[in-house]
Structures are given as structure tokens and as C-alpha cells.
Design a protein around this ligand. Structure first.
Ligand code: GAL
Length: 421
């Protein structure tokens, strides 16, 4: 009898070990993202390692390129064929679109248990919700309206760090004379739009900007502000190099790292590249707000959504990812590499990261003064459909000097109208 019991328990143990290994093998986590540059990949590996520590098998689904446009195209195909990954990086109003189509899992249980309400800054909670329910987990806060400065180039050119657009162009001329590319810009529509986005925020101010690029009001879109933003964009043409066509953003940041270019207008994921290249803030590079946007904060919040699970295993894996994203340890390590602010303000910032502190100060100021603005160029103010119509107009204008700023503003208005129809 005793022997039988021993045999049974031994068998059960063997079975349970087997079951464990089956479920461990089944516990693959496949997460779609577009973090493939040096800094981004380091940040993504924090997530991979965190999931591996919990016993999961990480299946990387990275589709780099065009700030997520390529990734979203791939995702659509997978979702339509009924085979979406476990989780995907989706942002802004696009979250609502996927939720409305019924693809996304409700995360309220996790959000309640982990007190997301207390952890996520109030203005960003709505972005994560559809009809009052959480359907996305936030990761970070990127500030888009940054101007990156190569300090060695500025010193060599005897240029001053710009505080307004007059001093910007004086610095740009000096950099050019000293043999530098004054403004590093990759010739991809989203990068040109990222530049335009900050110029528009600067000349229009956050209120008019939001009327134009969040609410799409006719008067705001056809205002002098938009025309002026196009005029400023046109002035940038002579300060970019002629090898920019198709160059991705991180190779463009590399021009500053390699001491070939003086400035770049880009979100603070660029800081991740400087750090990945072991460059020190204050020595090799620094950050300042794009002239005229010191008190504004153009925000871009990365988040993950979770597709409706097929079984309990998947449901649990998703819950583990979502919970991990908001842990202090993940928040600290991921955002250090990524260049962004933790979504949780109770997570301390690295002491030596001046740009992160400046970003948090700017966020708090903007939150208090109503100058937080969802970024159009990074999909926080509108869906990709409208966004790509905007990108086309901006890109065409930048590379076609025959078009006037007024014509561009009118074309922009028409493009938005037809994309919304
Ligand atoms: C943004 C994204 C960032 C950053 C950037 C460049 O849209 O939110 O996390 O990675 O693209 O890839």
C-alpha cells in the first residue's frame, strides 16, 4: 500500500513536472514593438529580461522603421488573419480604434489591483481608456519638442545655444561656416513632420496648436500660425544636408554623435542614442526646448495593448506583462535607456540625467498651466490615417520649394478634411 502511494505520488510529481514544462514551453510572450535603434533595443531588453526572470520565453516581434508605421502595417495583417501577438505597442487615439473593433482585452482588474489611478498622471489616464475602461498599459512619457545640441560643434563654431529663432539661425549660419551640417534631419515624412510639429507648437502656442491639430478646427488650420510654421519650415531647408533622403532618425542622431552635425529636433528617444554611444550630457551634448516652446510640453506616451486571450495561460502572461510595466524597477531601468520619463512620478530620476529632470519640470509646469499638448507627429492627437495625410502635405512642401506656405496650409486643411470623411 505504502509502495503504491509512493508510486502514485512519484507519478504525480512526474506529471506535474511535465505539466510545468509544458506550460513553461507554452508561456511564450510575443510582443510587437518598433524599438530597434541602439538605445531603444537596450530599453526593450529590460522588458525581455524581466519576463525571462519570471520564467517566460520572450519572442521578440520587433518591426523597426518610420516610428512605428511599418510595425502597425504588420500588426494589421496579423490581427486580420486572427493571429495577433500577445501584446503590441499602440499609442494615442489608435488605442480607441482597436478597442472599438473589439480586439482588446479589458485591463480594469489589473488597473484596480495595482492602483493605476494613483500611479498614472491624470491627463494621461484617458489615453489608456476606452468607454471608461482601461485597455492599454502606459510605459513612459516622451517629450517631443527638444532641440539636441552637439556641444563640440557649437564650441568649434563659436556658436551660442539658441533661445529663440533669431539666435537659432545665427547659430546655424556659424555651424555651416565651420563645416558642420547645422540641422540633422532624416528625409522621412515622419521626421520632417516631427520638426514641423515643434515649429507649429512654437509659433502657434499650445492653445491654437490644439485647436488645429487635436480638434482640427478650420479657422485654426487656416490661421496665420500654420502659415508661419510652414514659413519657418521652409527656412530650415538650407541648413539640412543633401544626403538625408530616407535616412532613419537614429542614423541622423549619429551625425551629432560623430561630430558632423550641430543640432537635431527630435523627441528624447534621441537621448537614448547619445547614452548608448557613451556620450555625456553637458560635455558632448545637451538638450534645450525648441525655441519658443520652453513652457510647452508636446507629449508622446508609449503604451502596450493586449489582444483578447485564447486561454487562461495567455491571460496570465498578459497580466504579468502589464503588471511588470508599472513596477518601479522596470520604470527606472527602461526609461533610463529609452530617454523618456517614467510614467510613475514616484520613481526617482537618475541624478546625472539633467535632460530627464528638465523634462519632468517642464511636464509639471505644463500640467499646471494647461500647456500639455498631445503630439500630432507621434500619434497622440489623432489616428494614423489622419496623421499620414498630414505627413504627406508637410513632406511635399519641404521638398517642393515652389509651393507657398499659404498653399501648404490650404493643402493641409483639405487633406485633413478628406482623411476624416
Ligand atoms: C516614437 C515612439 C518612441 C520612439 C520613436 C522612434 O513614435 O513613441 O518610443 O521609439 O518613435 O522610434
Amino acid at each position: 500500500m505504502r509502495r503504491t502511494t509512493r508510486f502514485l505520488s512519484g507519478t504525480l510529481l512526474a506529471y506535474s513536472l511535465l505539466a510545468y514544462s509544458v506550460s513553461a514551453a507554452a508561456s511564450k510572450v510575443e510582443v510587437l514593438h518598433w524599438w530597434t535603434s541602439a538605445g531603444e533595443a537596450k530599453a526593450a531588453s529590460v522588458l525581455r529580461q524581466g519576463m525571462e526572470r519570471q520564467g517566460y520565453q520572450w519572442q521578440d516581434f520587433a518591426v523597426g522603421g518610420r516610428a512605428g508605421i511599418s510595425a502597425m502595417n504588420t500588426l494589421r495583417i496579423r490581427a486580420i488573419s486572427g493571429n495577433p501577438p500577445l501584446a503590441a505597442q499602440i499609442k494615442g487615439p489608435e488605442i480607441t480604434e482597436w478597442a472599438r473593433l473589439g480586439f482588446l482585452r479589458n485591463l480594469n482588474n489589473i488597473a484596480d489591483a495595482e492602483q493605476w489611478e494613483a500611479k498614472i498622471p491624470a491627463p494621461l489616464r484617458d489615453v489608456m481608456q476606452y468607454q471608461g475602461n482601461y485597455v492599454a498599459a502606459p510605459i513612459n512619457i516622451h517629450r517631443v519638442n527638444w532641440l539636441w545640441i552637439n556641444l563640440r560643434a557649437f564650441e568649434a563654431a563659436d556658436a551660442d545655444i539658441p533661445t529663440d529663432f533669431d539666435s537659432f539661425f545665427i547659430a546655424a549660419d556659424k555651424l555651416k561656416q565651420a563645416g558642420y551640417v547645422p540641422l540633422a534631419l532624416g528625409g522621412e515624412p515622419w521626421q520632417v513632420a516631427t520638426l514641423f510639429d515643434s515649429l507649429a507648437l512654437s509659433v502657434m502656442g499650445p492653445q491654437l496648436y490644439q485647436r488645429a491639430f487635436l480638434n482640427f478646427e478650420r479657422n485654426a488650420l487656416l490661421s496665420d500660425g500654420v502659415i508661419e510654421a510652414f514659413r519657418l519650415l521652409a527656412k530650415m531647408r538650407k541648413y539640412v544636408d543633401d544626403k538625408g533622403q530616407g535616412r532613419n532618425w537614429s542614423d541622423t542622431t549619429q551625425l551629432l554623435i560623430n561630430n558632423q552635425a550641430g543640432m537635431q529636433v527630435m523627441g528624447d528617444w534621441a537621448k537614448g542614442e547619445f547614452f548608448a554611444a557613451n556620450q555625456q550630457e553637458g560635455k558632448a551634448f545637451t538638450c534645450v526646448a525648441v525655441p519658443g516652446t520652453k513652457h510647452a510640453f508636446s507629449y508622446n506616451v508609449d503604451s502596450f495593448v493586449f489582444f483578447k486571450p485564447n486561454n487562461e495561460n495567455e491571460r496570465q502572461s498578459q497580466a504579468d506583462i502589464a503588471s511588470y510595466l508599472l513596477t518601479p524597477q522596470f520604470q527606472r531601468d527602461f526609461n533610463r535607456y529609452k530617454g523618456s520619463l517614467p510614467i510613475r512620478f514616484d520613481v526617482p530620476l537618475p541624478e546625472d540625467d539633467h535632460c530627464a529632470h528638465a523634462s519632468r519640470d517642464a511636464f509639471l509646469y505644463a500640467q499646471e498651466h494647461g500647456t500639455l499638448s498631445p503630439s500630432m507627429s507621434h500619434g497622440l492627437s489623432t489616428t494614423r490615417y489622419v496623421q499620414s495625410a498630414i505627413f504627406d502635405v508637410i513632406d511635399e512642401f519641404f521638398y517642393d520649394p515652389k509651393q507657398t506656405p499659404r498653399e501648404a496650409a490650404e493643402a493641409l486643411y483639405r487633406a485633413i478634411l478628406s482623411a476624416q470623411a
